[in-house]
Design a protein around this ligand. Structure first.
Ligand SMILES: [Zn+2]
Length: 51
């Protein structure tokens, strides 16, 4: 748990997380990607989760 917190802090994601996934197939997509690498759909959903 301590290690996980350290990783989050390094990544700057201690209190928010950007989840990007394809609406078509549900795959996780890179936030910089404009289309899904799996099915090539451009229907990308972004969820900015604040904790
Ligand atoms: Zn897809």
């Amino acid at each position: 748990m301590i290690m996980l917190e350290t990783v989050k802090r390094v990544l700057g994601q201690s209190d928010r997380e950007l989840v990007v996934e394809c609406r078509q197939c549900g795959s996780n997509v890179d936030p910089d990607a404009e289309s899904c690498p799996v099915c090539e759909s451009t229907e990308i959903a972004q969820y900015d989760i604040t904790r």
